[in-house]
Ligand binder design. Structure first.
Ligand code: ZN
Length: 382
């Protein structure tokens, strides 16, 4: 079974060597380790074709390297092997399902998981894969049900929210509301569910409902992720304002959303009621700026610095807002603008688990798939 392990060619000459060596050097250490593991394992299975466990591990390593075809080949060679213990056969089907899922062949993945299930019955692992499969297919209701069976309320609530969003998009408000209610009942800390309630109320123009959902949401969700509610609302306000500017007249989706002044005047007292918090003050200041209340906004930015002197974004905004008070040359102003614009492009969010940085909200990390791991970068070192 002569697998060609590496497509990488051997270095042919010293001139070409530097380029090739750099490309090798650029490979991360875990990647190099995985490749070394594949090489070792391939040697072992060559000499011992009965080593089923090692075959399976080798297939998974190929998958981790994105070499799906090779992974599939290995599983298939096990599945057709006569007299293979049914537990191993089930595992081969299960891993084949994961290979297919990774390769984007969702129907084939479902078939493979079905085969595994026939051999060993319903296991938690199979349920989990089916739940992921449903979510990747955008069958959100099905995904929510699958996570409910797994007794995982957080992902269940998440997919109920995704389902609600589909209902709202289709104009079915009543089912949207129902799904959101179900979501917070399943998991009261579901920040995405509260945010969706806040946003829907905002778009419908109900300031009172924005405030009541926001109040409840800020109480229920874990303090470290509360900022997501305000970030989401703020982004919707920005979007609504842009749409109002672009389209003349009231004939558009955003015409009925809450007037900015009314919204800010209702949300600020709510934030004042809560325990002092850097990010609540920060978003309060941003909202005050939307209302063109510069003096108040500056005092709210200053309040964040009392709590957390290294909070760079507040310093940046204060610096920007006080520019008009300074007499500076045109050249100096240009340079300042350059740095300010660059600083604003810094990605403000990161995953507390794997460190991935993003400039938009996420409820499941796009890299490590952990839930609610989003954090706000309060200082540059984060
Ligand atoms: Zn992550």
């Amino acid at each position: 079974m002569g697998w060609k392990l590496f497509r990488r060619k051997k270095l042919r000459s010293p001139e070409l060597g530097a380029q090739a060596a750099n490309s090798v050097g650029a490979e991360s250490l875990p990647m190099q380790d995985t490749r070394a593991a594949i090489e070792e394992l391939s040697k072992v299975v060559k000499n011992d074709p009965e080593a089923v466990e090692i075959y399976l591990a080798l297939g998974s390593l190929y998958r981790s390297q994105g070499e799906i075809e090779r992974a599939i080949q290995i599983r298939n060679s096990l599945i057709v092997r006569p007299g293979l213990d049914s537990e191993f056969k089930a595992r081969a089907w299960f891993e084949l399902g994961r290979d297919f899922r990774r390769g984007g062949f969702l129907d084939r993945a479902e078939h493979a998981f079905g085969q595994a299930r026939e051999l060993i019955g319903d296991t938690e692992e199979i349920h989990l894969e089916m739940a992921r499969l449903a979510s990747e297919r955008s069958s959100f209701q099905e995904a929510a049900d699958a996570y409910a069976r797994l007794d995982l309320p957080l992902p269940r609530a998440h997919y109920l929210v995704r389902h609600a969003q589909e209902c709202y998009t289709a104009g079915d408000e009543s089912h949207g509301h129902k799904a959101l209610k179900k979501a917070v009942k399943a998991f009261s800390g579901s920040v995405e569910a509260w945010l969706e309630m806040v946003i829907q109320a905002y778009r419908r123009g109900s300031t009172a409902k924005v405030v009541s959902s926001l109040r409840e949401g800020l109480e229920e969700v874990e303090p470290g992720i509360r900022f997501a509610l305000l970030e989401g609302l703020y982004q919707d306000v920005v979007k609504a304002e842009r749409m109002r500017e672009q389209r003349v007249g009231d004939d558009h989706d955003w015409a009925g959303s809450c007037p900015t002044k009314e919204l800010v005047e209702a949300v600020i007292p709510l934030l004042e009621e809560l325990e002092p918090d850097v990010l609540l003050y920060y978003y309060g200041a941003r909202l005050l700026l939307k209302n063109r209340d510069v003096d108040q906004a500056m005092s709210w930015f200053e309040k964040t610095l009392v709590l957390y002197p290294d909070f760079w974004l507040a310093r940046l905004e204060l610096f920007d807002l006080s520019q008009s008070e300074q007499t500076i040359t045109k050249f100096f102003r240009q340079q300042l603008k350059f740095f300010m614009d660059r600083a604003r492009e810094v990605r403000r969010f990161y995953c507390g688990n794997c460190g991935l940085k993003r400039d938009t909200l996420f409820f499941i990390c796009p890299r490590c798939r952990s839930w609610h791991s989003i954090k706000f970068r309060k200082d540059f070192s984060q």
